[in-house]
Design a protein around this ligand. Structure first.
Ligand code: FAD
Ligand code: UDP
Length: 387
């Protein structure tokens, strides 16, 4: 490795890029190795063939309550005010289709049950749990009140069970309860997907934000470069390019892959994205529509609504199809499958990593967690401070 560097970062997504910049700002010289031909990790965006700004790895909406993270990222981008709104699209039981807001809220209740009965049920739920409260579907299903239980069953059937089966191949009871808790039943008229204080989209996109973040005299980025070809963890001391390296190594890829899957592969879900460009101004009127009951895909996102790009006569959408990650060439592990067994397997890899005092696992893959962008950015800033 080039003698001039004192920190090595594997991966140029949120974890790697934020850590690299925060360390470079403190005077470190950082080498970033990224396997893909671009920076930004799964938040990478680009113009497609029709000139529409798309998110290549699925829709990314920034939201946080963490002022420190928001201010820090704001050094590298201005923001477009954007509050994500999602509707469920499902059969109405009469041969047609219906839509209502997700998270399921007081408005959804009135669509599902009619205005009068819906309002009465809403009042009942608010009396039981409190107005403006968020209640998880699993919590709601535990109610002993028959009417509340009936609503819970309705929401379970029409919002959660089929979508969750598509996304995870398992029911809401079988997966980590924190996952469905991300999208609670909301006893409110607020139909935003997120309630965070800071929400928006980088004004020119995520990739330009990452370009500015990594544009620092102390940072060198090598694209299309696999850190596993440069790192050697076979001995007692960590080596880079064949020579012992004592500086911090921040690894943001898969923990199992880092140790050649020696305890077996960590399970993940992957996604197939089907992009389509249509010759019209608008396809669905919303950033994202969730298909909560039928269809093979989980959701459709129309990027122009997210990005605010003005582009008459053309729009690009993406359908997301979820399936088990097999590790085949070109597949990307998008979601850790969090449960006791998998966490225990992960702990074995983490213990291996901990044998190297200068090796740090950071990020959604490396930590085997369901982290949003802001959480990763926060963890990267914390690590940089600690180092
Ligand atoms: P990644 O973005 O995966 O970056 C890791 C990088 O490391 C990759 O570029 C990879 O190529 C590279 N790498 C791996 N191994 C190596 C190696 N050996 N050598 C070199 N490079 C390597 N979060 C939100 O806050 N809001 C959203 O709306 C949102 N939507 C999402 C939608 C989808 C479909 C998905 C999958 C995730 C979404 N997220 C969202 C989560 C968000 O993508 C993550 O929080 C974030 O990308 C994590 O950053 P990271 O750096 O940990 O991982
Ligand atoms: N979920 C669901 N129906 C929906 C939306 C979400 O069942 O309409 C469940 C599903 O299990 C999903 C989880 O809630 O995986 C989290 O949803 P979120 O939209 O946060 O997922 P992400 O955007 O991270 O894929």
């Amino acid at each position: 490795m080039n003698e001039g560097f004192n920190v090595l970062v594997a991966g140029a997504g949120y974890a790697g890029a934020v850590a690299a910049r925060a360390l470079a700002d403190r005077g470190k010289r950082v080498l970033v190795l990224e396997r893909r031909p671009h920076i930004g990790g799964n938040a990478y965006d680009r113009l497609d063939g029709a000139g529409v700004l798309i998110h290549q790895y699925g829709p990314h909406i920034f939201h946080t309550n963490d002022r420190r993270v928001f201010d820090w990222l704001s050094r590298f981008t201005r923001w477009r005010d954007y509050e994500h709104r999602v509707v469920a699209d499902l059969p109405d039981g009469k041969g047609g289709r219906m839509t209502f807001p997700v998270p399921f809220n007081l408005t959804s209740l009135e669509t599902a049950y009619g205005p009068e009965r819906g309002r009465a049920l809403g009042d009942k739920l608010m009396a039981a749990y409190g107005a403006e409260r968020k209640v998880t579907i699993l919590e709601l299903r535990q109610s002993e009140d028959p009417e509340i239980r009936q609503v819970a069953d309705y929401v379970y059937e029409h919002v959660f069970v089929h979508y969750t089966m598509k996304q995870w191949g398992q029911t809401p009871e079988e997966i980590d309860p924190n996952t469905t808790a991300r999208v609670p039943v909301f006893l409110s008229r607020d139909d935003r997907y997120f309630q965070d204080t800071y929400q928006g989209m980088p004004l020119e996109g995520y990739t330009p934000m990452f370009e500015r973040m990594l544009d620092h005299p102390g940072i060198t980025v090598e694209l299309s470069t696999d850190a596993l070809d440069r790192l050697d963890l076979s001995g007692e001391a960590l080596k880079v390019d064949g020579a012992p390296f004592a500086g911090p190594v921040i690894y943001t890829g898969q923990a199992d892959e880092l140790f050649a899957f020696r305890f077996g592969p960590l399970p993940y879900r992957t996604l197939d994205f089907r992009f389509e460009t249509l010759e019209r101004d608008d396809f669905q009127g919303y950033g994202t529509v969730n298909y909560t009951v039928d269809r093979d895909y989980t959701r459709i996102t129309e990027f122009k609504h997210l990005t605010g790009q003005v582009k008459p006569g053309v729009t690009t959408i993406v359908e997301e199809y979820s399936r088990a990650y097999t590790g085949a060439e070109g597949e990307i592990p998008y979601y850790a499958i969090i449960n006791l067994d998998n966490n225990a397997l992960y702990a074995k890899y983490k213990a291996e990593a901990d044998k190297f005092p200068n090796l740090h696992l950071l990020g959604r893959l490396a930590e085997y967690k369901y982290y949003n962008m802001d959480a990763i950015a926060g963890r990267a800033l914390d690590l940089a401070e600690k180092l």
